[in-house]
Design a protein around this ligand. Structure first.
Ligand SMILES: Nc1nc2c(ncn2[C@@H]2O[C@H](COP(=O)(O)OP(=O)(O)OP(=O)(O)O)[C@@H](O)[C@H]2O)c(=O)[nH]1
Ligand SMILES: [Mg+2]
Length: 332
C-alpha cells in the first residue's frame, strides 16, 4: 500500500495499530487520514510521537540537494533552535517571521526583521506574516513568485513554527484544493514531507519541524501546555523591583531578584504571575540556575517565553528539570 496520510505525510498502514500511519483496513479506501490525524483534526486528541532530529535529518538532506527556494519559518515568540536549523539549509531562503498577531502591535517590525540579520543563511528576502490574520500573505506569495527557481518551494522551521497552518491558509486562499494538513499545539505534528500542488507552477512542500532540545513543551501535560501556548496578543507585564522579591509563574518557574530593577515578562496571557515580598519556599523544589544578565538582555526559558531585564543583575531561576534557561540580546 502506498497511500499517504494527507494530514501528516506518513505512508498509511493497517497492520500495526501502535505504529505511525495506522488506519483500520475497512477505512483505507474512504479515508485520507491516519487515525492519529483523524483524532487531532476531529477531537483535538493528540497522541505524542517520539521523534528525534536524526529522523528528520534525512528529510532535510533531500532539500539540501535541491536548488529550490526554501521558506524558513520562525515563530516570533519562540526563536530558540533557529541556529541548529540553519546548518541544514544551504538553498536560497525567504525568511518568514510568523505569528505577528501574538506580538504587541506597537513593536517596530523593522526591529524584528533586523534581529535576524546575522543568521548563517542565504536570505534573499524577509517578511513578517500572520497566518491567523491573513497578514502579509498576498505579499508573501508575491515574493515566492519573485524568488522561486523551480516549481517546488519547501517550508521548513522548528516544530510548531506554524508551517502547516501557513500552507493550509495558502491552500484556502490561493487554490481549489480541499485537503487540510493536520496542525496542533504539540510538537511533531507533521511527520514526513507533504506535497501541496497549488497550481501548475507552484508546489509547496511541508516538512516536519526540527525539535528544540530542552524545551518546556515536551515536559508538561496537555492542560498546562494549553496555558503556555499564547493565543492572543501578548500583554507584557512590567514590575518595578525594590529590594528582594520573588516571582512565581504558574507552577513552572520561581524567579528570585535581589536588587532594584525593572523587569518585563513576555509570556502567554494565561500564565499567572505572582509577586512575593517575603521569602518563602514555593517552587524551591524545581531545578535552580543562577543567571548573570546584562542590561537590556532577555532571560529565555525555552518554550515558555522570556523576561526582559533592564539592569545588570544576578537572578536565580528555578524551573523544570532539563529546561534550558539562557540570556540573549533583548528581542522586543
Ligand atoms: N496566533 C497564531 N497561531 C498560529 C499561527 N500560525 C500557527 N499558529 C499555531 O501554532 C501551532 C503550531 O502550528 P502548526 O502549523 O501545527 O506548526 P508546524 O510548524 O506545522 O509544526 P510541526 O508540524 O510540529 O513541525 C498551532 O496551534 C497553530 O494554531 C499564527 O499566525 N498565529
Ligand atoms: Mg506541521
Amino acid at each position: 500500500m502506498n497511500k499517504k496520510c494527507t494530514g501528516c505525510g506518513l505512508s498509511l498502514q493497517s497492520e500495526f495499530e501502535d505504529k505511525e500511519g495506522f488506519i483500520k483496513k475497512e477505512n483505507i479506501d474512504k479515508s485520507k487520514l491516519c487515525e492519529r490525524c483523524f483524532r487531532i483534526q476531529n477531537y483535538n486528541e493528540y497522541k505524542v510521537v517520539a521523534k528525534t532530529n536524526q529522523d528528520f535529518a534525512k528529510i532535510f538532506k533531500k532539500i539540501d540537494k535541491s536548488k529550490d527556494l526554501v521558506l524558513v519559518l520562525v515563530d516570533l515568540l519562540n526563536i530558540g533552535g533557529i541556529h541548529e536549523l540553519c546548518q541544514y539549509i544551504h538553498n536560497d531562503v525567504l525568511l518568514v517571521l510568523t505569528k505577528r498577531d501574538l506580538v504587541p502591535k506597537q513593536i517596530y517590525e523593522e526591529k524584528l526583521l533586523h534581529y535576524f540579520d546575522t543568521l548563517p543563511l542565504h536570505v534573499v528576502d524577509k517578511i513578517i506574516v500572520s497566518s491567523k490574520n491573513n497578514y502579509h500573505l498576498d505579499e508573501l506569495m508575491e515574493l515566492v513568485f519573485e524568488y522561486k527557481k523551480s516549481n517546488k518551494v519547501y517550508v521548513v522551521g522548528i516544530t510548531n513554527a506554524g508551517k502547516s497552518t501557513l500552507i493550509n491558509k495558502i491552500i484556502y486562499n490561493y487554490s481549489n484544493l480541499t485537503n487540510r494538513i493536520t496542525t496542533s499545539i504539540l510538537p511533531s505534528t507533521t511527520l514526513d514531507m507533504i506535497e501541496i500542488p497549488i497550481s501548475d507552477e507552484l508546489t509547496f512542500i511541508d516538512t516536519p519541524g526540527l525539535l528544540v532540545e530542552n524545551s518546556i513543551v515536551d515536559k508538561v501535560d496537555s492542560e498546562t501546555l494549553r496555558r503556555i501556548v499564547p493565543k492572543s496578543e501578548l500583554k507584557p507585564t512590567i514590575f518595578q523591583v525594590k529590594c528582594d522579591q520573588i516571582f512565581l509563574i504558574d507552577s513552572l518557574v520561581r524567579l528570585e531578584v535581589e536588587e532594584d530593577n525593572n523587569i518585563v515578562f513576555y509570556l502567554s496571557n494565561n500564565l499567572p504571575i505572582l509577586r512575593f515580598y517575603k521569602d518563602n519556599d514555593k517552587l524551591k523544589n524545581l531545578e535552580k540556575k543562577e543567571i548573570t544578565i546584562n542590561e537590556k538582555e532577555d532571560i529565555v526559558i525555552e518554550g515558555l517565553g522570556f523576561i526582559k531585564v533592564m539592569k545588570k543583575a544576578k537572578i536565580k531561576v528555578y524551573t523544570l528539570k532539563n529546561v534550558d534557561v539562557y540570556t540573549r540580546k533583548s528581542f522586543l
